[in-house]
Design a protein around this ligand. Structure first.
Ligand SMILES: [Zn+2]
Length: 309
């Protein structure tokens, strides 16, 4: 088949629907997998370790005996759980355990045919699943429509996929895992190095440094002024990734677009959602919104203050 057909908005929309379905799995399981790894690391490497105990307590000698028992208990409990990975087990209904048949698992269509209810126990299936699939499909199609049949399109699709997973996990857990943010930085640098993103490698590298540094500085000042944590390290790495993908020149546009997305959503939530102003809203989804908007409109916006670009 001709490359034009593979990169057509329709083909990319179909690919996006399938990728979106996988992103739902990633958002659901990756935090679990990572938290289990963290618990296991604490049990196996921290609790019994005399050096770790000395650092924590300032005392010499072996850690208390109860630590070893706790480590064993945690380890045993984790071993007893059914193993979980991104590939296994097959998707099930969280209510009744019904294993989804292939046609129930089809992106978007599966949910529509089931009318949003489990075939076995009739429990409602969250609208989030089809919405994530639809959004990913539309964004992939938009990448194909805007950038056409070239390698660049695949870089933007991959970036969109990573960012959608990040936004979902940040909403659920308020964490942005390194397993997603670091690949975004890598994708940006690789894309620039191969000449696929149209960004000079040097500008991409400066984008990563400046993206991380700018948010770090903002968070540091906020902590000094208000005495509270505003952002986490995951947010710094996410903006580093966007800086690497789009180049340092686009960072002001990304932050501006993210603030715009944040303001619109924040006002909407306070006005219609009954969201209390004091409850912190994770910053990651706004950066993701700003980053995706910047892929499409960042260059145009940036030309307003860097007319030479
Ligand atoms: Zn069910």
């Amino acid at each position: 088949m001709a490359p034009d057909l593979w990169f057509s908005p329709l083909a990319l929309a179909l690919l996006g629907l399938c990728v979106g379905s996988f992103l739902n799995v990633v958002a659901h399981r990756l935090p679990k997998v990572l938290e289990r790894e963290w618990w296991l690391d604490v049990a196996e490497n921290q609790l019994g370790d005399a050096d770790a105990w000395r650092r924590v307590s300032g005392r010499k000698g072996a850690p208390p005996a109860a630590f070893a028992q706790a480590a064993q208990a945690i380890s045993d409990a984790l071993q007893a759980l059914a193993p979980i990975s991104l590939a296994r087990p097959r998707s099930r209904c969280p209510s009744c355990g019904h294993v989804l048949r292939w046609h129930e698992n089809l992106p978007l269509i599966g949910w529509l045919r089931l009318k949003g209810r489990c075939a076995s126990c009739d429990t409602a299936i969250s609208k989030r699943y089809p919405l994530v699939e639809l959004a990913t499909g539309l964004l992939f199609a938009a990448c194909g429509w805007k950038f056409g049949a070239q390698a660049q399109t695949l870089v933007w699709c991959a970036a969109v996929a990573l960012m959608v997973a990040m936004a979902l996990i940040d909403l659920d857990t308020t964490y942005l895992p390194d397993d997603l943010t670091l690949p975004l930085i890598g994708l940006g640098l690789l894309g620039a190095g191969l000449g696929w993103t149209g960004v000079e490698l040097e500008d991409a590298a400066w984008g990563a440094f400046a993206g991380y540094g700018a948010l770090w500085l903002l968070a540091f000042s906020y902590r000094k002024l208000r005495g509270v944590e505003g952002m986490g390290e995951g947010d710094f790495k996410l903006l580093a990734g966007l800086g690497a993908l789009l180049g340092w020149q686009l960072l002001p546009s990304i932050v501006l677009l993210a603030s715009g997305v944040g303001a619109v959503v924040g006002i909407g939530l306070i006005a219609f959602g009954g969201h209390k102003r004091e409850v912190p809203i994770p910053f990651g989804p706004y950066l993701v919104g700003g980053g995706i908007a910047a892929i499409f409109f960042g260059q145009t916006l940036t030309r307003l203050w860097f007319p030479t670009l």
